[in-house]
Design a protein around this ligand. Structure first.
Ligand SMILES: NC(=O)c1ccc[n+]([C@@H]2O[C@H](COP(=O)([O-])OP(=O)(O)OC[C@H]3O[C@@H](n4cnc5c(N)ncnc54)[C@H](OP(=O)(O)O)[C@@H]3O)[C@@H](O)[C@H]2O)c1
Length: 230
């Protein structure tokens, strides 16, 4: 049986990945904070999965990540999807120290700690998938905290990819453009949701990448709408 750990599986892209990877031979370790939303993900995947485990932890603090790791236990996992993320979008002059720290905690430190713990225990052919963003490649006005975090994760994961290559563990970086999820609910502005790609589009790309033969790695996947970036 394969064991897949997906952070931020309670909604959006994480939930879509969980739904897409659900299979008879898979144990899904699904993380989130919102117990009601995570239960909905469980309901959607449980009939098609060998086993589902819910992991309710706040990843903004390292202690939450450590508790999650302890609950997952010693058994190896075959896939880690670093997906949970937050977007603080405002002029850089208005970003508070707490917002900055939370962005670093959820978007950078949590993937670092999870990768550091799980990757060395993964069997050959396993994958670490990082859900980055086109904001890992370009800066955008008012997105400085978010871009900072995605650029940082990009540098970390590019380097880790080289460290894991000999062990036959794939590091797959995914760069979605604007994707129609709840993340936009708290971002000021009139964003054209109809121009966004869907979370299922991102999930399909992840499923395709990890389904490649074990000696093939689809290292970087950029997904955008043909209508262009917002
Ligand atoms: N939507 C886009 O346009 C877009 C584009 C490119 C990349 N991305 C990236 O895709 C990933 C998923 O985003 P999404 O659009 O699916 O967002 P979303 O719908 O807002 O979901 C975010 C997920 O992250 C979890 N999360 C947020 N803060 C957390 C915390 N402190 N501790 C633990 N979990 C936390 C949420 O858990 P709870 O809800 O349970 O709290 C939720 O499951 C993020 O890394 C985001 O940066 C998104």
């Amino acid at each position: 049986m394969k064991r897949y750990l997906i952070t931020g599986a309670s909604r959006g892209i994480g939930r879509a990945i969980a739904e897409t990877l659900a299979a008879d031979d898979a144990e899904l370790l699904l993380h989130g904070r919102d117990t009601v939303a995570l239960a909905l993900t469980r309901k959607a995947v449980e009939p098609r999965c060998a086993k589902v485990v819910l992991l309710i932890y706040d990843l903004a603090k390292p202690s939450g990540v450590c508790d999650l790791i302890a609950e997952v236990g010693k058994g190896p996992i075959d896939l880690l999807v670093n997906n949970a993320g937050i977007a603080v979008v405002k002029p850089f002059t208005e970003i508070t120290a707490i917002e900055w720290e939370q962005t670093v905690g959820v978007n950078i430190t949590a993937p670092f700690l999870l990768t550091q713990h799980f990757a060395p225990r993964m069997p050959p052919g396993s994958s670490v998938v990082n859900i980055l963003s086109i904001a890992a490649k370009s800066g955008f006005a008012n997105w400085s905290a978010y871009c900072m975090s995605k650029f940082a994760l990009e540098g970390f994961s590019q380097s880790v990819r080289e460290e894991l290559r000999d062990r036959k563990i794939r590091v797959i970086n995914v760069y979605p453009a604007a994707t129609e999820t709840d993340i936009w609910d708290n971002i000021e502005g009139d964003w054209p949701r109809h121009k966004m790609i869907s979370p299922q589009d991102v999930a399909s790309a992840v499923a395709y990448a990890i389904s490649r033969p074990a000696d093939i790695t689809l290292e970087n996947i950029t997904l955008s709408s043909l209508t262009g970036n917002l």
